[in-house]
Design a protein around this ligand. Structure first.
Ligand code: NAP
Length: 308
């Protein structure tokens, strides 16, 4: 057996699992993806991670997580996991060019917000374009923002944004919202929220940062510019779990179903962080998940050794 545990994913959940697993003296390998960056790394300013009253840059925070995991002995490689195979009594992990065996696996492969794939979206990410109101909302105090989407997330986050912004315009591609009625009622009765129906954002405009959006009516094709300081995109999420679909039960959105201790239906396979079906996806909850998972994994391996 190459490792006690292999951790898939180098975000806050995987790195915290690495810290805890290595401190439990498990031989741990963490496989980071070279194609998908963890969401925290691409967040310029994280204001809600405890211990940083002035906020912290996402990249710097994750570097600190990594340094801590390395300090306790977690090994790292950068590769793409292609599949997981049974290798009784443990598991085999196939990457692009090599396979590894381990007694247990911790999946922390994260989720990525769906993108609109429109001009300006990449250019202004972190400069007015955001996929997280909880993280970035406070940066828009007394400013005007637009929200793309008509689901629960868009409505909930738009309502949250009214705590800071002076005006929130929800741009939705249909004339009826997808989100639940109670959230619709709250959004409709909120004086700071306006709606643009049957419309999509076709371009994000600005120079050094966002100054507006181009809005296209999907029925008439007419376009008009709308000035704003921020663009929040909530058009759904995609968990990074495609490589697991034949191995583990996933929910309808592709999220991994695991119990309170982050154990999946397969013995020795745990799931934590944003790829797991759960209520709140934040750096702090990912870190909490990672700790729980590594602890549960430690007990799983101890039980394996005792039953031999
Ligand atoms: P969602 O339910 O999939 O809604 C995505 C929204 O974005 C829809 O309104 C969709 O329009 C729109 N959209 C998708 N692609 C688009 C595109 N390319 N351009 C413009 N608009 C686009 O996603 P979500 O709101 O993130 O919610 C995900 C799941 O979490 C749901 O099951 C939701 O109920 C749940 N959730 C629950 C709560 C809660 O219970 N408090 C809070 C948040 C999320 P259409 O409507 O036309 O498809």
């Amino acid at each position: 057996m190459d490792y006690d545990v292999i951790i898939i994913g180098g975000g806050p959940a995987g790195l915290t699992a690495g810290i805890y697993a290595s401190r439990a003296r498990l031989k741990a390998l963490l496989i980071e993806s070279y194609s998908v960056a963890c969401q925290a790394v691409t967040t310029d300013h994280i204001e809600n991670y405890p211990g940083f009253p002035d906020g912290v840059n996402g990249f710097e925070l994750i570097e600190k997580f990594k340094k801590q995991a390395e300090k306790f002995g977690t090994e790292f490689i950068i590769n793409e996991v292609k599949g997981i195979k049974e290798n009784n009594p443990g598991w085999g992990i196939l990457t692009d060019d090599k396979s590894y065996t381990s007694r247990a696996i911790i999946i922390a492969s994260g989720a990525r917000p769906k993108r609109l794939d429109i001009p300006g979206e990449d250019k202004f990410r972190g400069k007015g374009v955001s996929y997280c109101a909880t993280c970035d909302g406070a940066l828009f105090k007394n400013k005007e923002v637009v929200v793309a989407g008509g689901g629960d997330t868009a409505l909930e986050e738009a309502i949250f944004l009214t705590r800071f912004a002076k005006k929130v315009t929800i741009i939705h591609r249909r004339n009826a919202l997808r989100g639940t009625k109670i959230l619709q009622e709250r959004a409709f009765s909120n004086k700071k929220i306006e709606f643009v129906w049957d419309a999509v954002i076709s371009e994000i405009l600005g120079a050094a940062k966002v100054s507006g959006v181009k809005v296209k009516n999907v029925k008439t094709g007419a376009e008009k510019d709308l000035s704003c300081d921020g663009v929040f995109i909530f058009v759904g999420y995609t968990p990074n779990t495609a490589f697991l679909k034949d191995l583990l039960p996933l929910d309808e959105g592709g999220y991994i179903i695991a119990d309170d201790n982050c154990l999946t239906s397969k013995p020795g396979i745990f799931a934590c962080g944003d790829c797991r079906k759960k209520l709140l996806r934040q750096v702090v909850t990912a870190a909490g998940d990672g700790a729980t998972t590594a602890f549960a994994c430690q007990h799983y391996i101890e039980n394996l050794q005792q039953s031999r």
